[in-house]
Design a protein around this ligand. Structure first.
Ligand code: ADP
Length: 394
């Protein structure tokens, strides 16, 4: 039986799921989360499908140490025998540049990830660090990366191309790549099972980081993020689409360096920057309800952004069979779903107010709606695990 350990890494966080594959369905053997890597003490929790859990603190210096720590606990708890019991580790890696799909982590892969680090400066270094640490501590362990750009390889060339000098595209890779591929792929596969015959799908992955994807016959044909994760929808604290020619006047007005201006656009903008309240939509909505007009503007702008992409993608798809809301915001905020959907009547879409309050996965549109609207929890790790399994068995 193959066992695959899938990692989803943040700057100071480490999430994993351990899967076992037999001939039928993959099984989750354990899931865990570790916070505050690099601090004096990191809190962690590992849970098992039978309800058992392991919650504690430990000093964890880097992502390699986080893996080693979780591995030890899984051994103590009888889930993994030894290193030979683990077939591979799989990464939900972000930007692979010219590499896409599922690839073995080797020197060439790491060099390519390094090369495109300027396109994903907040993500690629973390993954590269983890890959290097794990390779040095566990040299025999197979490491496999599934890139978040992978699902978007099917987007037509005219839609991944910016209006820049042609040489920029060819020589410097200035083109749209798209991200959140594992989530969009999971939703595409899930809708295919739940609503057979739905050919034209728009998936709204709305969370700490957000993107929207147009899917035709199971393939991505457009997505809102571009060459970097900064573009498209405005995110919790990232700007999203922004007029590049504003950079110079902003820098001159405030005396910012380019790095300072970019830092503000990527860390202190979006919901946080616009509302001045928080990067958490719950708090921004609360402030808006209490009469904070800036917070109200942030909520309205986010909803309008989402609506605009849905409209554009309905045009690209020449119609819509299914609209999906996923991610922390998409699954939890019935208010946001309501606000977005109330302007989609022209597509024959009708939200059912009562169904929209549901807290589980399912349909939230009315029986009369021409577009089926879904609230679905995403499962990115299961896509990475399945891709790694297929890669190892191809
Ligand atoms: P990540 O992209 O980091 O994985 P999630 O998809 O878990 O994040 O989404 C987290 C975000 O979901 C939080 O930042 C919060 O703004 C938002 N969120 C969670 N619950 C709600 C809710 N009830 N209403 C609005 N936003 C919510």
């Amino acid at each position: 039986m193959d066992k695959i350990f899938v990692m989803n890494l943040g700057t100071t966080s480490f999430k994993f799921k351990l899967y076992a594959f037999d001939d039928t369905q993959p099984l989750v053997l354990a899931a865990g989360e570790l916070e505050s890597i690099g601090a004096a003490s990191s809190a962690y929790e590992i849970t098992y499908p039978d309800g058992r859990s392991h919650k504690d603190h430990a000093p964890i210096c880097d992502h390699g140490a986080a893996f080693a720590h979780c591995f030890c606990i899984l051994q103590q708890d009888g889930i993994l025998r030894d290193l030979d019991d683990l077939t591979a580790v799989g990464y939900k890696a972000v930007h692979g540049g010219n590499l896409s799909g599922t690839c073995l982590v080797d020197d060439a892969l790491m060099a390519e990830m390094e090369r495109v680090t300027p396109f994903a400066p907040a993500h690629n270094p973390i993954y590269l660090n983890a890959m290097r640490h794990i390779r040095s501590r566990f040299p025999k362990l197979t490491q496999v990366a599934r890139f978040e750009t992978s699902f978007h390889g099917s987007i037509p060339e005219n839609r991944v191309t910016y209006g820049v000098p042609y040489a920029w595209k060819e020589e410097a890779g200035i083109r749209r790549y798209g991200f959140h591929g594992s989530s969009h792929q999971y939703i595409s596969q899930t809708v295919a099972k739940l609503q057979p015959g739905a050919r034209k799908i728009v998936n709204c992955h709305l969370g700490g980081s957000s993107s929207i994807c147009a899917i035709l016959d199971g393939k991505s044909v457009a997505t809102s993020m571009g060459a970097t994760l900064q573009s498209g929808l405005f995110n919790n604290n990232r700007v999203g689409d922004f007029e590049v020619f504003c950079l110079k006047p902003v820098m001159e007005h405030y005396g910012y360096s380019l790095d300072e201006a970019l830092q503000i656009l990527s860390k202190q903008s979006g919901l946080l920057g616009l509302s001045g309240v928080s990067n958490d939509l719950r708090q921004v909505m609360e402030a808006a309800d209490a009469g904070n007009t800036q917070a109200q503007l942030a909520v309205d702008t986010l909803c309008d952004n989402i609506l605009g992409y849905i409209g554009m993608y309905a045009a690209y798809l020449n119609g819509l069979d299914a609209l999906v809301f996923t991610g922390g915001i998409g699954t939890n905020s019935h208010v946001l779903r309501q606000k977005v959907c109330e302007n989609l009547g022209y597509l024959g879409l009708r939200l059912d107010a009562e169904r929209n309050l549901r807290r589980d996965d399912g349909i939230i549109s009315s029986d009369q709606s021409k577009v089926t609207v879904w609230r679905l929890k995403t499962d990115e790790e299961s896509v990475v695990a399945a891709c790694v399994y297929d890669f190892l068995h191809q």
